[in-house]
Structures are given as C-alpha cells and as structure tokens.
Design a protein. Structure first.
Length: 423
C-alpha cells in the first residue's frame, strides 16, 4: 500500500484544496503535513465555496479520516472558527479529524512577533500572512515551542506563561506595544483550547503505519508551494516549512518506502502573494485580466495576487525536487478568451541564457517566451478530455513534452464537478 503526496509546484494557491477534495473519494485518509493558517485552501460543491486553513481538505467526506500531522502549526483560535463553520454545515468533525500530539501551537505572541519582525524589515518585508508561522517554527527549531501534547501536561499553564514572557521581552526590544491586544488575544486563545481538546490527539507516525498495515490508502496534502520552500524557494522570500515532497516524510513520520504518486498542482499561469522574485510577473493589462478573471485575491488575507505567465524553468525545478509523477493542471479556463498565451521556456541572467533557477533572490532575470495560440472556447463545461478543443490539447501536449511529465488531471473550474481525469 502506498501514500500519495499532493503539493503545489508554484508559489501556492495552485488549487490544492479543490483537487484534494476531488481526489478524497479515492483515499481512506487525508493527512496535512506542514504549514498552518497561512494556507487558504478553497473548494466548491453544491454552489458553495469553503475555505480551509489548518484542516485537511478531505473533511467534507464524512467517511474519510483526516489527520493534522506533526509538521503543521495550529492556531487554536482559527482552528475553532473552522470547526464552528463545519458544525454549522451539519458536519461532525470530531469523528473524522485527529491531531498529531507533536504538532506545534501558534501562541498569541507568535502573531505579534510576526508583525513586529515584518514592521522592522520595512521595504524588505517578506509579505508574511502575519499568522505567526515564522515565529512558531522558530520556537520549534529553538526547542522552546509548545506542542499539542503539552495540553495534557499538568505544567501546561507554566510552560505557556514562561514562553509568553520570553516573547514579551523580544516585543519590548522591538518597541512593539502589545498592552492592548495581548490580554484579549490571550483570553480568546485559552477559550479556543476547549475546542481543540475535543479532538483525538494521536502519534500520527504510528497511526499512519497502522493504516498502511490495514491496506488503507493515504493522501498527504501539502500547503503553500515548492517555490516558497524554506530550502529551495528564493530565500528569504519563503515560508518557514518544507513545502516539498520531502516535507511529507518529516511532517507525518512516513517511511519513504511507502511513497507512491507525487501529484503536483500547477496553475496554467503563475501567481504570488507577498514579496520576492517573480520572473514572469505581468504589470500590464494582461496581468489585470488574469487577476480579474481568475479571481486572484488571497483566500487567507484577501490581498490581490501578483499574476504572470507560466514559468517552465521554475516548474521543471519543482518537478525535479519533488519527483512529481503526475501534474494536475488548474485554471486554464481563466484564459479561455486569450488570443495567445506565453510560456516562459528559459531565463536570461546577466545576458546569458539558462534553464536553471538562480539562487540569489536579487538576480535580474529576463524571461524568454514561447507564444502559443489561445483556444478561444469555453472549456469549463467540458466533461471529458475528448471534448476539449484541439488547440488546448496541443497546449497540454507542449507542457508534457517540455516537462516530460503527464498531465493526468485537468481542472476547468472551481467546482468539484469541473474536473477531467485522463485515465
Ligand atoms: P490552494 O491554496 O492551492 O488550495 O488554492 P486557493 O484555494 O488559495 O486558490 C485557488 C482558487 O482557484 C480558489 O478560489 C479555487 O476555488 C479556484 N480554482 C481551483 N481550481 C480552479 C479551476 O480549475 N478553474 C477556476 N476558474 N478556478 C479554480
Ligand atoms: P496556500 O496553502 C500563497 C506566502 C506569503 C508570504 C510568504 C511567507 O493557500 O497555497 P508566512 O505567512 O508563511 O510567513 O508567509 O509565503 N504564503 C502563501 N502564498 N499561498 C499560501 O498558502 C501561502 N502561505 C504563505 O504571502 O509571501
Ligand atoms: Mg491558497
């Protein structure tokens, strides 16, 4: 029995939530392996859009188990809001959601530290979602963090208060005034713990191993995207976790021998929120059109997303690092009315042509484009691959030839039903 891994191959928001929801029917268990409420995973069915931040995107399938892995960081306040929304829909998430005892908790002061650090950076800010992600993972690596299992400790209150005091000292150094916001946040945070405590805390590594012995199928769900990975993104304009396939092994405690398919989600164009390099970014009318037609506004922060053409240099890098076996292509329908479509096939860095990603985040990159014709047809109603226009199939064939990877899934709209499987 194998564990398949699903993850984003660009800068996040590729449509992971939608594809996980669609694929959930094929699996017994959906397990989120990293990130936290910086993620916003949207999915749609019966005409209603749902956005998940911490909870795996398989939660709407009542008979499927969902796991929040040890690699995830949890803000109890946001978790409670998500759970309340699910309960209001008539779901009973305590029955099909479990949390790793080793997952770290985002504390109220982590969020304030995020704000203080970003404010200090001024123009060179990362554009963080300000959900406390960086400071929480910092405490994790500094070995000072608070974990879900600490909620069961008699010393929890003391551990919590000690860490809050340490954070206050740092906030003081940054002249960050927390006197008004912290008491309220602290109260809300503690109250939200009662919701967290309703869930079963597990050792996800044992649990997943047991599932595998029972021949159960598991889908590991990633957050963010490969180009935001702590190691391989354009550092420092990255998030603080490993968003790549390797992150699934550490974020869930998997035996690599069980790795099955790696499904890479690719948006037909690129978007990015926050700062950092974006070689194919468009500042013109076409960029505006992608933003408007693609509804490219952050699912977590509402910020307008930067938009640009598909970048095959970056995509090939992501395919290589993740060992992607299958591409799920999303949002090509957004370009239905485009006369022509550009795809970046190489970079010029300092006048030299290259197919490699530069490491320096300040490298001046000039994208080299191949122009393909637009298909100029509404593909959003197509139900089978055969129904798709030939020009669009040629566009897919071009991507497959360039990347040497099969496009196995084509998403043609936000709804569950707007999905074409090629096999
Ligand atoms: P995630 O973070 O990767 O889960 O992606 P987001 O949910 O942040 O952003 C993707 C957006 O595109 C959401 O609003 C989805 O509902 C929407 N979406 C997903 N797939 C498609 C698609 O194939 N076509 C269109 N038009 N929208 C899509
Ligand atoms: P999903 O899972 C897009 C970006 C932020 C910022 C950088 C660091 O929905 O694809 P952080 O809050 O982690 O300190 O922010 O990473 N970022 C995302 N961009 N989608 C996401 O998640 C993101 N999560 C973080 O905008 O540039
Ligand atoms: Mg998102």
């Amino acid at each position: 029995m194998k564990i398949d891994i699903l993850l984003g191959l660009q800068w996040g928001d590729e449509g992971k939530g939608k594809v996980v929801d669609v694929l959930t029917s094929k699996y017994d268990v959906i397990a989120r392996f990293q990130g936290g409420p910086n993620a916003g995973h949207s999915l749609e069915f019966n005409g209603i859009r749902h956005v998940l931040h911490i909870i795996p995107s398989g939660i709407f399938h009542k008979e499927k188990m969902n796991i929040i892995g040890n690699g995830v960081v949890i803000d109890p306040i946001i978790f409670e809001e998500e759970i309340d929304a699910l309960i209001a829909m008539g779901l009973n998430p305590t029955e099909n959601l479990q949390i790793s005892k080793k997952a770290h908790l985002i504390m109220p002061t982590h969020k304030l530290l995020d704000a203080a650090y970003e404010a200090k950076k001024g123009k060179s800010k990362i554009g963080s979602t300000l959900k406390g992600i960086g400071p929480t993972y910092t405490d994790k690596t500094a070995r000072t963090g608070l974990r879900i299992c600490d909620l069961e400790s008699p010393n929890f209150e003391e551990k919590y208060q000690n860490l809050i005091n340490q954070h206050k000292e740092i906030l003081d150094q940054y002249h960050f005034d927390y006197s008004e916001v912290l008491p309220e946040l602290d109260k809300k945070w503690k109250a939200a713990l009662s919701t967290v405590r309703k869930f079963k805390f597990i050792d996800s590594e044992y649990e997943i191993y047991d599932y595998l012995q029972e021949e159960k199928t598991i889908l590991a769900e990633g957050a963010q995207g490969t180009l935001l990975d702590l190691e391989f993104g354009a550092y420092p304009f990255v998030t603080s976790s490993n968003t790549i396939a390797a992150g699934a092994f550490t974020g869930l405690g998997l035996d690599p021998h069980y790795a099955g398919k790696v499904i890479g989600i690719v948006k037909a164009y690129c978007t990015r929120v926050g700062s950092g390099p974006f070689p194919t970014e468009l500042f013109d009318q076409t960029g505006e059109q992608l933003r408007a037609q693609g509804n490219e506004f952050g699912a977590t922060t509402g910020r307008p997303r930067r938009c640009g053409w598909l970048d095959l240099v970056a995509l090939k890098y992501a395919l290589m690092i993740n060992g992607v076996t299958d591409i799920a292509l999303t949002k090509a329908d957004v370009m239905d009315n485009f006369d022509s479509i550009n795809i970046c096939t190489a970079y010029k860095v300092n006048g030299e042509l290259t197919s490699r990603m530069p490491t320096a985040s300040d490298a001046v990159i000039e994208p080299v484009y191949t122009t393909l014709p637009g298909w100029k047809e509404d593909i959003s109603k197509c139900k089978t691959y055969d129904e798709l226009p030939q020009v669009f199939k040629d566009y897919i064939a071009f991507i497959e030839k360039e990347t040497n990877t099969k496009v196995s899934i084509v998403s043609v709209g936000p709804d569950r039903d707007a999905t074409i499987f090629r096999d």
